[in-house]
Design a protein around this ligand. Structure first.
Ligand code: CP3
Length: 341
C-alpha cells in the first residue's frame, strides 16, 4: 500500500495521494445520493457510508479512502443532541458551558457506533488491496470548541475563556472528550482501518504555550491509547505552522501541514523523523490546468526536499478540505499529475 509505505519510511510503488473532503459536494454522484437524506442520518447508514466513501476512490483513483463520517458522529452516538446543518456545520442544541453541563455529558459505548464499524467492514470488502482506508476522529480541543460555542466560531471566545478562567472544568471536559475519541478510534481500528487521522482542525487558534498546557496532554493520551495497534497516526490542523512541533510531540507518525508552510520547512520545525502530509492550497483546484501543474510540481519538489531534510515520507494531500465548488474533473486531473510527475 503506497500510503502505508510513505507513512513508515519505505519506498512507495507510487506517490500516495488522497484529499481531505474528497467525498462530498464536489461530486455529482454524492449530491445525488444525498439529495433526500440528512448528513447525520447518512453517517449512521452503513450502505450509504460505504458507497459515499468509495465514490471518490472510484472516480479519482486516490490511494486512500477516508471513512465518510463526521467529527461529531461519536458525540451524537453517545447521545448529545446536535445536528449538522448544510453550509454551517455542527450545531449543538444545548451548548456545554457549566460544571453541571460537563458532568452531564454522556460517555460513548462502542456499540453505539456499530453502524460505523459495520460500514468499515463493507468498505474493506470492496476497496482494492493497494488502497488504504483511513479512519478518523475529531481531537478533544476541536470537539470542545463545537460543544462550548454551540456551533462554528471565528474567535473561540467561550472556549478560550473556559480554558483560561476555569482550567479544572476545562480539563474535566477534555478528559471526557478524550475518552470518547479513544473509544471511537479503537472501534474503527478493531474494524480494520489501515490508518487514522486525528483532526484538530481549529487548534491553530491557540499559542504554542496554551496548546501545550491545555490541549497536548489530552491529545497525547489519544495517541498513546491507540499506539499499540500499530496503525499510522496522522495529526492535522489548519493554521498550525507554529504548533507543528507540539502537535508532533503528542505522538503522531505523520504530521499534516497546510499550505502556509512549505513541507521542507515543516519537517525542520518538527525536529522528528515523521512523514509529512500535504499541502496544496485547495483553491489551486479551481485555478485551471497551468496553475494546477505548477503547484503540483512545487508540492512534489517540496516533498522531496522534506525527505532530504529527514522526513520519513510524503503523503500528498491538500492543506485543508476540497472546496464544494471544485470541479470533480480538476481533482481527477490532480491525482493523474501527482502519479505521473
Ligand atoms: O471526505 C472526507 O474527508 C470524509 C468525510 C468528512 C466529513 N467531515 C464529511 C462532511 C470528514 C473527515 C469530516 C471531518 C470534519 N467535520 C472536520 C474536520 C475536518 C476539517 O474540515 O477540518 C470538521 C471541522 C467537521 C465539522 C463539519 N461538518 C463542518 C465544518 C462541516 C461543513 C459544513 C458545510 O456544509 O460546509 C460539516 C459537514 C460535513 N461533513 C459535510 C461533509 C461531506 C457537508 C455536509 C453536506 O454534504 O451537506
Amino acid at each position: 500500500m503506497p500510503l502505508l509505505a510513505a507513512a513508515t519510511g519505505q519506498t512507495p510503488a507510487r506517490r500516495p495521494v488522497w484529499f481531505m473532503r474528497q467525498a462530498g459536494r464536489s461530486l455529482p454522484e454524492y449530491r445525488e445520493i444525498r439529495a433526500d437524506r440528512g448528513m447525520l442520518e447518512s453517517c449512521f447508514d452503513p450502505d450509504l457510508v460505504c458507497e459515499i466513501t468509495l465514490q471518490p476512490v472510484r472516480r479519482h483513483d486516490t490511494d486512500a479512502a477516508i471513512l465518510f463520517s463526521d467529527i461529531v458522529v461519536p458525540l451524537r452516538a453517545a447521545g448529545v443532541d446536535l445536528d449538522i446543518v448544510a453550509g454551517t456545520g455542527p450545531v449543538i442544541a444545548q451548548p456545554v458551558r457549566t460544571a453541571a453541563d460537563v458532568a452531564a455529558l454522556p460517555r460513548l459505548d462502542a456499540e453505539a457506533v456499530g453502524a460505523v464499524t459495520a460500514a468499515i467492514g463493507q468498505i474493506l470488502g470492496e476497496l482494492p488491496e493497494n488502497k488504504a482506508l483511513i479512519g478518523f476522529a475529531g481531537a478533544p480541543f476541536t470537539l470542545a470548541s463545537y460543544l462550548i460555542e454551540g456551533g462554528p466560531s471565528r474567535t473561540y471566545q467561550r472556549t478560550k475563556t473556559m480554558m483560561l478562567a476555569e482550567p479544572e472544568l476545562w480539563h474535566r471536559l477534555m478528559g471526557t472528550l478524550t475518552d470518547i475519541t479513544i473509544t471511537f478510534l479503537q472501534a474503527q481500528i478493531a474494524a480494520g482501518v489501515d490508518a487514522v487521522q486525528l483532526f484538530d482542525s481549529w487548534a491553530g487558534a491557540l499559542s504554542e504555550e496554551t496548546y501545550r498546557s491545555h490541549v497536548a496532554p489530552h491529545s497525547a493520551r489519544v495517541f498513546a491509547e491507540i499506539a499499540e495497534a500499530g496503525v499510522p497516526r496522522i495529526h492535522f490542523g489548519v493554521g498550525t505552522g507554529e504548533l507543528l512541533k507540539a502537535m508532533t510531540d503528542v505522538g503522531a507518525d505523520v504530521i499534516g501541514v497546510d499550505w502556509r508552510v512549505p513541507l521542507d520547512e515543516a519537517v525542520r520545525r518538527v525536529e522528528a523523523p515523521v512523514a509529512v502530509q500535504g499541502n496544496l492550497d485547495p483553491t489551486v483546484l479551481l485555478a485551471g490546468e497551468d496553475v494546477l501543474r505548477r503547484e503540483v510540481a512545487r508540492v512534489l519538489r517540496d516533498g522531496e526536499k522534506a525527505i532530504d531534510a529527514g522526513a520519513r515520507g510524503h503523503i500528498v494531500n491538500l492543506g485543508h478540505g476540497v472546496l464544494p465548488d471544485t470541479p470533480a474533473e480538476a481533482v481527477t486531473r490532480a491525482v493523474e499529475l501527482i502519479h505521473s510527475l
